[in-house]
Ligand binder design. Sequence first.
Ligand SMILES: Cc1ncc(COP(=O)(O)O)c(C=O)c1O
Length: 395
Amino acid sequence: MTTNWPARYASRITGMVPSDIRELAKAMRQPDVISFGGGIPEPTLFPHDVVADSFQRILTDAKTARIALQYSESGGYMPLREWLAGYMGSMGAPCGPENILVTSGSQQGLDFVGRLLLSPGDTVLVETPTYIGALRAFDACEAKYGALPSPENPNPPAAKFGYLMPDFQNPQGTSLSLAEREDLLDRAEALDLPLLEDSAYEKLRFEGTPIPPLIALAIKRAGGIEKSRVLYTGTFSKTIVPSLRVGWLVAPSEVIAKLILIKQAADLHTSTLNQMVMMDLAQRMLNEQHLNHIRATYKRRRDVTLAALATHMPPGVSWTKPEGGLYIWVTLPPGVDGTAFATKALAENRVAVVSGKSCFAVNTVPNTIRLSFSLIPEDKAEEGVKRLAELLRRI
Ligand SMILES: Cc1ncc(COP(=O)(O)O)c(C=O)c1O
């Protein structure tokens, strides 16, 4: 008798669906496609020679190699936790290594916070739209969703926590101003709502003045990290390289202690070797010179994409003008369905974009698409936008 697998799946699986973006990734690799699709980093910006040198240094010294190749603490490689605590302090969020959990990318941090706080049916308040990967992580905990509190939405449903990206959020590219951050913290306090701050794009600011992270503002209000209502996920994926899968979570030590139990159950610890390499890379590369090099490349790509939108898009189309990050969010005329548009754009015009619809958990705005400019060759951006504009005129 053959096994009826679906009958055996746990209830949490029913809400788990493949991401449009991963599906799109296959199509995007075709050489004739101009891609504004997946928001992955530009690979020519990876410091591969420094990465090679770090691995070499660590593995050719018997003493460091033995540590790097061994199992290690679930909380993370202690020198890296200490370094990250100092790094958070430099961003106005003083904390100690006991407040840091090293994770396998910040995606694992989102998954773990979901597992820690969400029982089936619990609600998470999110931005509209929000990061699809976070929705997928919370879906696995059988979450429900509502919109974060704001002046327009003062009475959100009761929720376990709120999730947001204050800087250059995925998918809109927009950021919260200092006043909006303070307002959100006021509302979170009034509702006794913990917040999860995802800082994935924080360092990719091309212009304007950096705004303190929510966690820094929360620590200041509370008088210390131990009373902070904001948890924070960080990552080296967009500033150094994604493949080593090193990210971190910042939280009060009692929360980290519980998250360490989840980490042990999930994968014992993040690769010791990768943590040691990443610490060496962070010390050598996470400086203004390297960051400015990355920012300059993405800024040029943003600029050509924005210029092309201004030149070619018909009336009735609007878009965000992000000061950083990797995304522009385009609102098409009312009645145009983002998913149908994205499907047609790929099939007929050979341009890849992401439908905005999959980025909403609540209050879906169907006439939206996301353009990622991270991989767009500067000489192709205009042609890509022109084709999208032509398709819009046609339909
Ligand atoms: C907003 C946001 N958070 C988290 C992640 C996950 O990144 P990583 O797990 O590589 O740190 C991504 C990846 O694109 C992202 O866009």
